[in-house]
Design a binder for this molecule. Structure first.
Ligand SMILES: [Cu+2]
Length: 107
């Protein structure tokens, strides 16, 4: 029984060490009326988290890219998406396009 508990602890510790590498997150700010940053490059598997900072309603929508996704129209909070397909994404706010857009390169 003691041996089993010790083994369990070792597995948990190894898992904890692996978490930072697997959970890469890049934050983008959603402002009035622009994404900051306007262009980012991330590794495949990175989660991009958009955080609403402005007053006006905005959404996050893929206009062009290897995968399609769309957030709701929000004025606060955040929206996260894990990008698992390599390529270039053009992201727009459907309310404020074509001015409010950004590019994500996933390598
Ligand atoms: Cu907008």
């Amino acid at each position: 029984m003691k041996k089993l508990v010790a083994g369990g602890v070792a597995v948990v510790a190894a898992g904890a060490l692996a978490v930072p590498a697997l959970a890469a997150t890049k934050t983008v700010q959603v402002k009035d009326n622009k994404f900051v940053a306007k262009s980012i490059t991330v590794k495949k598997g990175t989660t991009v988290k958009w955080v609403w900072k402005g007053q006006a309603p905005h959404d996050v929508s893929v206009a062009k890219g290897p995968a399609k996704f769309k957030s709701s129209v929000q004025t606060s909070g955040s929206f996260s998406k894990k990008l698992t397909k390599a390529g270039t994404y053009t992201i727009i706010c459907t309310i404020h396009q074509p001015d409010m857009r950004m590019t994500i390169k996933v390598k």
